[in-house]
Every structure is written in C-alpha cells, then in structure tokens.
Write a protein that binds this ligand. Structure first.
Ligand SMILES: *Cc1c(COP(=O)(O)O)cnc(C)c1O
Length: 374
C-alpha cells in the first residue's frame, strides 16, 4: 500500500506484480528469445518505479521508455536492484541531452539520419562508442530511419563499426493475423539488417510475439501484454489480469419506475430500481464514453452502469444485489471486467484505458514481487 489506509480510500487501484512478472515470462517463452520490457508512460499507468524493480528482480535486463525523463526516473528506480540495466529511449536523442544520456547510460533509439551522424560524432569525441539503438521505419511512416537513409549511412565505416545495441522496427498491424503489411515490413527489415551484419535485431512488440515466433529475432519488446492487454484480440487472452480497480459505494437509494438517473436524465428507470452511487468518474480516468455500457461487479453479481459517467461519480443498478451496503467496494476493472472489455465499451483500446488511469486512486501493489523496490 502506498498512501493512507483502506478507510480513507474512495477507490483502490491494485496492481498485481506477480501477474505482471508471469506475463513477462510468458512473452519470453512464447518468443523463445530475450524479452525486454516497455515501461513508457509510467509503465502504461501502472507505475514504473514499482514495475521496473519487480521485472529486474525476475531477470529482465533491458527496458524501453519513450522520454529521457522517464529513463532518468527508471534509472533511479533500478539503482538498488539492477544498476547496470540497459534503458533505451524510444524518442531518441535531442539537442542538449548528451551529457545526461552519457552519464546516466541511457541508450537513445536513433530515428533520423542527422541524429545518427551526431551520435557517431559524439562517440568519436568520447573516444568510445556511446550505446544506442537504430530504429528503421518499415511501413508505419511514423518514426524511424527510411531504408534509403540507412543505406546512405551504411556507406560510412564508422557506422558499420559502431556496436549498435540493436536495430529495431515496429509493426503497424501485428494484431490482425494475415494482414499483408506485416510480411512486407518483415521483408524490408531483413533488407535493412543485411546492411549492418552482426547487429542484434528486434521486430516484435506484444502482438508480434503472439502472431509468430518467426519475428522473434534477437529480442522482443512487449509492453501491453505485460499489463494484461490481449495481444491478439481475435483470440482468447493468454495474459493474466494485472490491474484491478475498485470504488466505494457512497450511497444506495431506491427509485420508482419512470424516475431518471444522472445528468441529462439519460437513464429512465423502467421498473423500481435500487441505485448505488460509487466514488469514481471521468476525473479518475474512467471513460465518459463508457456511460450506460457494461457493468461493475459485486462478487459474481453484475451491476449495470446507469446513465452518464459524472466527474467523480458513477451510478449502478444494484437491484440484484440486495445485501450491498454503503461503504462496500465494487469492481470496475478486474477479473470480471477485463481492461479490453472496458476499452470496447468506451470505443477505445486497452492502452488508452490503462495510460489514463488517474492519480486519484489509492494504489496497492500486491504479489511477492512487490517486496522489491517498495
Ligand atoms: C510502445 C512500443 C512497444 C511496445 O508495444 P506494445 O504493443 O505495447 O507491446 C514496442 N516498441 C516500440 C517501438 C514502441 O513504441
């Protein structure tokens, strides 16, 4: 537990670090090669300062984040458990960050030809190769070197001599089995790899790992799957649930048929209804777009969501849960309502649900792995 105690908690976010570690092991087993771990956006909202040490204690040695600031925070969090951890910065190297990157041994993922040339100049200046990755864009057209850029660069001996920590690329459609872009990207990646023989290669993130081991190469880079998101939405989810969100019932009231509930009178009761109002809302990252969709859960009883989601409150149909009392907790996310289900109800994906979870919840880390980094 991090702050205050259960009595003061309006809502509790529980993160099961053993489940997370098990998911990382499953990714590595499925891929058959080293699994790095992607902890950008504060470990997809679950708390990099706790997730990093738990994974390091389990044997993970390579991590990726998006921003340099995230890398610095992770370096500090890993100082006791694994000071030599490799931390890659996906967003690359920006002017004015050289000293920090070198001192804190953060390895930028270089995305741009100019960026690569600057990094080679820095290495020449230091008299030793500064650690970095290369990112080649094979069809996402978002971030990364074009194949032509890499071809230009590979003409220089310093480029070919540099011991790159890895050459990576990222799939656009690996969550859709059979999508033609995946093989096209893999083919372009093989062409790029041929320009820098001996460089470790990495192509798959969560979806790629569970699409095919053909894309495992030297190491894989799971993010979403670690946190329990289904890497292949068209198949049953092999990942263990990591996040559980519960909120406290603030009030229970009985309303007559034809009474309305909440803003916009958006829900009108068809029958006499017991309404439970709970302490969570869109200010906590519960999506407003999931109003009137899906259910919260009290044990095995579904409590359908009634009407609109308010800033701090959600209203539930508790007619079938007569034993519920003010102060009881109900489940909004967890084994009965997986992240992917809430995402579907909200018209988004699990990534957005997790990364928007607010800071208002009381956070608890459970599992034996929670002993590290506490
Ligand atoms: C975010 C990201 C990952 C992790 O992707 P998931 O789908 O969350 O597994 C891996 N590699 C790169 C380059 C990324 O940006």
């Amino acid at each position: 537990m991090t702050n205050a105690d259960a009595a003061t908690a309006a809502s509790i976010l529980t993160i099961d670090l053993d489940a997370l570690v098990a998911n990382w092991r499953l990714c590595a087993a499925q891929a058959g090669v080293e699994a790095a771990a992607v902890l950008k956006a504060d470990a997809y909202g679950t708390g990099a300062a706790r997730v990093g040490p738990a994974l390091a204690a389990a044997g993970c040695t390579r991590f990726f984040v998006a921003h340099i600031d995230e890398g610095l925070a992770l370096r500090a969090a890993l100082a006791q458990v694994l000071p030599e951890a490799e931390i890659g910065i996906l967003n690359g190297f920006m002017r004015g960050t050289r000293r920090l990157l070198i001192e804190e041994r953060l390895a930028p993922v270089l995305n741009d030809e100019g960026e690569v040339r600057e990094w080679l100049a820095i290495s020449a200046d230091l008299g030793q190769p500064a650690p970095a990755y290369l990112h080649i864009d094979t069809g996402m057209n978002r971030l990364g070197l074009a194949l032509a850029d890499l071809t230009n660069l590979a003409a220089s001996p310093e480029m070919r001599r540099h011991p790159w920590r890895g050459l990576i690329s990222h799939f656009a459609c690996a969550d859709e089995p059979g999508h033609p872009l995946t093989e096209l990207q893999a083919g372009r990646f093989r062409q790029a790899a041929a320009l820098l023989p001996g460089t470790p290669l990495s192509l798959s993130a969560s979806s790629g790992i569970f699409l095919s081991p053909d894309y495992s190469l030297s190491f894989v880079r799971p993010g979403a799957a670690l946190y329990g998101i289904n890497p292949q939405p068209s198949r049953p989810n092999p990942m263990a649930p990591v996040v559980r969100l519960e909120a406290k019932i603030l009030q229970i009231r009985d309303i007559d048929a034809n009474e309305s509930v909440g803003y916009g009178a958006a829900h009108v009761a068809r029958r006499p209804t017991r309404v439970a109002t709970i302490a969570a809302g869109y200010a906590d990252g519960y999506p407003r777009s999931a109003g009137a969709r899906g259910s919260a859960w009290a044990g095995e009883t579904a409590l359908p969501i009634l009407g609109r989601i308010s800033m701090d409150l959600i209203t539930l149909d508790a007619s079938d849960a007569r034993t519920l009392r003010r102060g009881d907790m109900v489940e909004l996310l967890g084994p009965h309502r997986p992240v992917d289900q809430l995402a579907e109800d909200a018209g988004t994906n699990g990534y957005e649900i997790l990364t928007r979870l607010g800071t208002r919840y009381q956070r608890r880390y459970i599992g034996r792995s929670a002993a590290t980094g506490a």
